[in-house]
Every structure is written in C-alpha cells, then in structure tokens.
Design a protein around this ligand. Structure first.
Ligand code: ZN
Length: 575
C-alpha cells in the first residue's frame, strides 16, 4: 500500500475528550473515527489490526473444535422475556420497536439466541458436546461511554457458547476455552492475568476475567502477595476477622450530638472504627420501576460495602437498587440519617455482613437523632434477615486463601469465561434425550472476547511518547519503507524494488512515497507504530539502507538484500 494513496489523517494534538494514551493514539493516528458518543468506526489501518485480532481468535477457537456462525445483532424481545433478562439486563439493553410496535433489542450478548438454536436443533445426546461462536458487532447503551473502544456503546466481540451433557463436560469445555484464551492474548502480545470474577447479569456458577494489566484499566483486581489468589475486587471473597472472645457488656444508649459519620462517632467516643457498625440505606425497584422494598446493610465501620456482593445476596439485578431517600425511608422504616443502626428498624430487609456476627460490644446508630448504642451484640441485640459477606477486600486485608496481605492493581477486561450451567437451558427449555430417551437439560458455558477492546489494550501496553509500537502479530502492516527524498530517482527506484520484493514474500508493506519532509515521514512512521522501518536515503548510493525496529532505540545500516532478508525472517518468526 502506498501512503500517498491511503486515506489517512494523523493529528498532532490529542482531541480534548480523550485522556487514555491508547484512546489518544488511536484517534491521532486516524485508526478509529468517532461518530457519536461511544460509537466509533475503524479506518483502513485500524480495521486491519482488528482483522488480525479476529483471525487469531478464529484460529484458536477452531483449534478447540469451535464452529463459527453469525446470528443477527437484532433480537426479538420474546427470547429475552423467556430467559427473564428483558428486565434483569436493565437500561443498558438497547431496545427498539419495529413499525408494528413489536419490541426488539440490539444484542449485547447472545445466550438467548444460542440457547434457542439448541432447543430447536438438538435432540439427542449423540449431538453433544458442541461449541459455537461468532464474531460480531454488539451494543450496550452505556450511561457514560468513555475511553474510546474501552467502554463503547457499539463494539466488536467474539462470543462462544459450549453445550455439554453434564457438569463434567462443562468443566472440560471451560478448561479448553481457558487455554485457548491464554493463547489468544499471548499471541496478541498482551501482558495479562486471568482472575476470578463475578458472574454478573449473565448468571451461573463460575467465571474468570482475562485482564490486561494497565494503570488505566477499569477493572480493579485484588491479588495475594504470597499465593496465586487473584480476583476482581467486586468478586473477591473476604476472610472475616476472627470472632472476639470478649464478654458481652450491657447495652447502653449514649448521647452523641452531631456525629453523623463513623469517623465522627469513633472520635467522639474514643473508639477504633473496628468497634463501630456502618449503615448503608438502599431502596430496590420492581419490574414496573416502583419501589419494591427498603434495605439496610451493615458492615464493620472500617470496611466498605461491596455492591455486587450485596445485590447477589439480595438476588436482584444491579440496576434495581439505589441509595434510599433517607427521609422517605425514615418514615417507612424508622431509620434516621447518620444515626441508623440495626436496632429499631422495621419494614425493611436487614443485611448483616458475616464478620459482624463474631464481633463483640460494637457501637451503632440508635435510630434516634444524636444517639448511638454501645456494646451492641449480634444475636442478643439484633439479627439480620440475610447474613453474608458483603464487604470489599481492601488493600492490606488478609488473603482469603493463605492469609498474606492483599494488594490491588488495575487492568482492562479483554475476555471473560463463564460456567452458565443450566440457567438458560432451564428457563428456555433446551433439552437433549439420553440413551434411555430421558430428557435432560443441556449444560452451558459462555465465553467472550472484546475484539475492539483488545486492540486498544494492545496500544495501551505498547506505546511510547512518540506513538504506537505494534507487536508484529497484530500490526496493520509489518514494514514501512520511507523514501527520504522523493526527488532522488535512485532512492525511489530502490524503495520500489524493496517494496515489490517484500510483497512477493508475503510481507505487508507500506511505502511512504509522499512528497513530505523526512521529519514528517519519520514522525508519522513512529506515530503509526509499524514494527519495521526501512529508510532509503543518501546511503543507497553505497547500496545501503537504514533498518530499524520501532521497539528498539538503535538502527543499523544494512545492504538492501540483508534488510529484505532480516525483515522477512523477523516477520515470519513473530507474526
Ligand atoms: Zn494468598
């Protein structure tokens, strides 16, 4: 491809709304193009990189027996109503109506569609196991689309679904997929880590997130400094502090004027925050959007409430809960903003963090303005409707597996694997007949890779202040040939010759034959991040060209033949 013919517009300055280095670089190189908030198109170079990633994914899916198909992005509402997710998925599901007023959505994922295929096309145990996948554009109507392709409203995804006879089969499919994902992300040049994850709105029994490590990533990961425990913070189990063997003291109501926060009351009473109980007040909604019930959640004063664990404990979707209007909730339940404790509440669901059960003589709000109780004890003074681990595993906490201190880091979620079990086959009625003609539910798994997000994650991990540094495996082109002076016939002729020879050898080459100053061409080559640059300049009179890898500081002067051979060898080794 000749750069003089390519539709390309590089920008010197970063667009205002872009903050992430990868987002800035993809826009500055003109590889992606913003059409609306969270909606991007891919220009020639960007799309080539996307297709490389897709091809890697395809090869690894095929290698474990996946069958590629392509379903419609538009899905009828009936399927989502059957599975119960028309409500559960919430406002992120992009809904639309046709001219006959029938409901549809633009698929954010395809569990319903694939389960429906199984339901109608699979009857016998002889047809299983099976795994199907597709690479397709997906939609999610994000509240705040941001960071370019990281959190877009339209994105390219590979979604795969496995169908097995039983749990044992699912374990094998899950492990196969896990291994394939490790190969995919390694081939894409990512520094990644698989971590335990929450099942979220998808449902099911087990899940891992594949996370590309990055300080700008939106996934927060907790990992152990000693063992291999690693999990998203939202799903990481916590180990409760050991139960206290103190004697229970007499419950006492004390005057604590103006102490509306844990910090204030702890200071006023001279207590450690660990001796207090923190209250969080919520209201939940039903399918009609009406307030369903009030929820008071309690964790130890030094802990933070984990919303994902809380909604899982309540068995409701994430979008169906929000902080309560304290005045209205007060009228209905007796809570008092800043002075709420588990005693004195009525008509609300009380969720108590499991750790509080073993703690003794704690301080909590008295549901009375300017008053707290001290020496409050679980079982004697209050109880929970639900007792569960609803706290965040914070930095410095003990690892739930080995007890060593936990650290946090950030990453970009590029893939996730789920064990769905029979959640969808059960709700939608997908059965197979076994040897004895008995009907059994198909056991499912689902597996996603964000293709467009992976591209941005690669840029996030591979760039410097001059631009992108593509790994050869996913680079839009392998080699760029820069002609220093387009007016010098000898340079042009040599460059054309190298261009032809490399192309014949199957190398993807860009020829920078633009009438630009050499400085502009070098800057563009660095910005675009093409892995190998061959510069044809003055030294061509001695038969020499400059050969430089984008990732290296040093360049070398090689004969034309050596430059061609080295480029072919390097590309074939790394592509
Ligand atoms: Zn550990």
């Amino acid at each position: 491809m000749r750069l003089s013919k390519m539709l390309i517009k590089t920008l010197r300055e970063a667009p205002n709304d872009a903050v992430l280095p990868s987002h800035i670089l993809l826009l500055r190189t003109g590889m992606i193009r913003r059409l609306a908030s969270g909606i991007y198109g891919y220009m020639h170079m960007g799309y080539r990189s996307i297709r490389k990633i897709e091809q890697i994914v395809r090869e690894e899916m095929d290698a474990i027996g996946g069958q590629e198909i392509l379903m419609s992005a538009v899905q009828p509402a009936e399927l989502w109503q059957e599975s119960g997710r028309w409500f559960d998925y919430g406002p992120e599901l992009w809904r639309l109506k046709d001219r006959k007023d029938a409901d549809f959505c633009l698929g954010p994922t395809h569990e319903e569609v694939f389960t429906d295929i199984m339901k109608t096309d699979v009857t016998s145990h002889k047809q299983l196991p099976m795994s199907l996948y597709q690479i397709q554009t997906k939609y999610r109507d994000e509240v705040r689309p941001r960071f370019g392709l990281m959190r877009g409203r339209e994105f390219i995804m590979k979604d795969a679904y496995s169908f097995d006879l039983d749990e044992e089969g699912l374990d094998k499919s899950y492990n196969d997929m896990f291994g394939a994902y490790e190969k995919v992300f390694t081939r894409c040049g990512l520094d990644f880590r698989p971590v335990e994850a929450d099942n979220g709105a998808i449902g099911g029994s087990g899940s891992h997130e594949f996370t590309a490590l990055s300080e700008y990533g939106e996934s927060e990961i907790a990992y152990c400094t000693s063992c291999d425990m690693a999990a998203t913070v939202e799903s990481a189990a916590c180990s409760d502090d050991p139960a206290s063997d103190e004697e229970m003291k007499e419950l006492e109501k004390v005057h604590t004027p103006g102490t509306k926060t844990i910090e204030a009351v702890a200071e006023y009473l001279g207590l450690d925050k660990k001796q207090t109980i923190k209250a969080l007040l919520f209201q939940t909604y039903d399918e009609q959007g009406q307030i369903d019930k009030y929820v008071a959640a309690f964790v130890r004063g030094d802990r933070d409430c984990n919303m994902i664990k809380l909604v899982n404990a309540l068995g409701i979707p994430e979008h169906a809960i929000e902080f309560a209007d304290e005045d209205k909730m007060g009228e209905a339940t007796g809570c008092v903003g800043g002075f709420t404790g588990p005693m004195g509440l009525h008509d609300c669901t009380i969720v108590v963090d499991s750790e509080l059960v073993g703690m003794k003589n704690l301080c909590a709000g008295a549901c009375d303005v300017d008053h707290h109780y001290i020496n409050m004890n679980y079982g004697r003074d209050y109880e929970g409707d639900i007792v569960a681990d609803i706290k965040i595993l914070a930095e410095g906490d003990r690892c739930p597996v080995c007890g060593a201190p936990v650290k946090h880091t950030r990453g970009i979620e590029v893939g996730q694997v789920f064990k769905l079990g029979t959640k969808y086959s059960d709700s939608m009625g997908a059965y197979y007949k076994d040897e004895n003609q008995k009907e059994n539910l198909i056991v499912m798994g689902c597996y996603g890779i964000g293709i467009s997000r992976t591209m941005q994650a690669v840029v996030e991990q591979h760039h410097d202040d001059k631009g992108i540094i593509w790994p050869i495996s996913v680079a839009p082109y392998h080699v760029i040939i820069t002609i220093v002076k387009i007016a010098e016939e000898e340079q042009v002729k040599a460059a054309e010759d190298i261009y032809e020879k490399l192309r014949k050898a199957g190398i993807e080459v860009l020829l920078d034959d633009r009438k630009e100053r050499p400085g502009v061409k070098f800057n563009d080559a660095d910005l675009l991040g093409i892995p190998i640059r061959i510069t044809v300049g003055r030294d061509i009179t001695d038969g020499k060209v400059e050969y430089k890898m984008r990732r290296d500081e040093e360049s070398s002067l090689l004969s034309v033949e050596d430059a061609i051979d080295t480029a072919i060898k390097t590309v074939n080794e790394e592509k």
